[in-house]
Design a protein around this ligand. Structure first.
Ligand code: HGY
Ligand code: MN
Ligand code: MN
Length: 423
């Protein structure tokens, strides 16, 4: 960690093992924003570009303005809260994550990283700390990819992997991404800031930290993710009069295919993660043999070669099932997120903060994808994980301990200071 941070701590007569940030204030903000889109079981549903997403964006923008930040919105709806440094022309140190949630989301996934960044800015204000580089905070649009495909839309737009109006950005309910941005008042024309480095705090959403008994972790990298849509076309037919041997039953073909895809994936690697989380059956009537079935497939692995091998084998499996079941079938990739390893210099800033604070921690890979998967392709980046109880996430029962949240936020603050003060 750069000497300046230690100097700041001394000047503020804050012992290096004491906190700059205020965990309880962060916790209060988390619980307040969780009331937007609240669902049964203490969960949240704020699908991207929905009215609930707009309400959360408005609240975040009002808090950021209260903290003296300049607010910008870019053409992908990404929001940037910028706390000016002494040299505003220098590239900024950016924190960020996402405010959108899964349909049965929790109170921490994404939003914790955004509000921890806000707590860092509030704490720099409290202590009157000036930084060389500006410190900024992003809310990336549609990280979850529930309402619109692909996921990570906003952060992919930021790095130029997607363009405004890109036809590959499709809405599940037929909605238009850019039309919805306009509808909720977040279709921006501002330019995003230039970046010196990117830091994302997030819940682990797995059980590694809990099993090791440590509250927070420094993330080494993120495994790759690919999404596929498999369409199976059969023939609508009467459930009572159509003999089993003559049916073109798209659902049965899809079910057979799902099992064979799981076998293919596990044969390639025991560490693979294959999920068929989305199934659409048409006409979805239990006394009609379904003429059309769609499968939404999520595949993950840290090795791109395994992702490639699965994709090739899946294409063969799709055509085989089609020919065996008198159905037509197609597979198309709808998202590709490369495996990333984080930048050693930014990770070192985190490690220095860990040592300074004497917080027990560990280094671990991320099983979940994050906007840092995009940003790391563009800017030196790193992530901090906060322990998840029982590894539960994408579920209202998602929980992290207030003390762990506070430690993660303090780590973020120290690493941001080290980078924003650096050079
Ligand atoms: O899908 C993911 O891994 C992330 O939580 N959106
Ligand atoms: Mn997330
Ligand atoms: Mn998520």
């Amino acid at each position: 960690m750069c000497i300046e941070v230690k100097e700041i701590m001394n000047q503020l007569s804050i012992g290096s093992d004491r906190f700059l940030t205020r965990g309880p204030r962060l916790w209060d903000s988390l619980m307040e924003i969780a009331r937007i889109g609240a669902i049964e079981g203490d969960g949240c549903c704020r699908l991207s570009l929905s009215d609930e997403d707009r309400q959360a964006r408005d609240l975040f923008a009002s808090w950021a303005r209260e903290a003296g930040c300049e607010m910008r919105v870019d053409p992908f709806g990404n929001m940037y809260a910028i706390r000016a440094g002494r040299k505003p022309d220098l590239p900024v140190v950016l924190m960020g994550s996402h405010l959108d949630t899964q349909p049965h989301g929790g109170r921490f996934d994404g939003v914790l990283g955004v509000l921890a960044g806000l707590e860092v800015i509030r704490s720099l204000n409290d202590h009157g700390i000036e930084t060389e580089h500006s410190v900024a905070l992003a809310n990336w649009t549609n990280e979850e990819g529930v309402r619109f495909k692909p996921g990570l839309t906003g952060s992919k737009g930021f790095i130029g992997a997607l363009r405004v109006g890109d036809s590959s950005i499709s809405g599940l309910d037929g909605a238009d991404y850019f039309g919805e941005l306009t509808r909720i008042g977040y279709s921006g024309t501002d330019t995003a800031p230039d970046l010196l480095g990117y830091l994302e705090l997030h819940i682990e959403q797995g059980t590694i930290l809990e099993a090791a008994g440590v509250p927070v972790g420094v993330v080494s990298g993120i495994q790759g993710v690919r999404w596929f849509e498999i369409e199976i076309h059969g023939f609508d037919a009467h459930a009572g009069t159509t003999a089993m041997q003559t049916r073109s039953d798209s659902f049965m073909a899809a079910a057979e295919l799902a099992i064979s895809l799981r076998e293919i994936a596990l044969r390639l690697s025991p560490d693979v993660r294959l999920t068929v989380g989305r199934v659409e059956v048409v006409p979805n009537s239990q006394n009609t043999v379904p003429g059309r079935t769609l499968l939404g497939v999520d595949l993950r692995h840290q090795d791109g070669a395994v992702l490639d091998a699965f994709e090739a084998a899946a294409e063969e499996a799709v055509s085989l099932v089609a020919s065996n079941t008198r159905c037509g079938a197609s597979i198309r990739r709808t998202m590709d997120v490369q495996p990333v390893r984080f930048n050693a210099e930014v990770v070192a800033a985190l490690d220095a903060a860990v040592n300074d604070l004497k917080i027990p921690t560990m280094t671990l890979p991320s099983g979940a994808m994050h906007d840092a998967s995009s940003i790391a392709l563009h800017t030196p980046s790193a992530m901090i994980f906060v322990q998840s109880r029982d590894g539960i996430s994408h579920n209202p029962a998602e929980w992290s301990e207030p003390d762990h949240v506070a430690m993660g936020c303090e780590l973020l603050a120290r690493a941001v200071l080290a980078l924003a003060k650096s050079r």
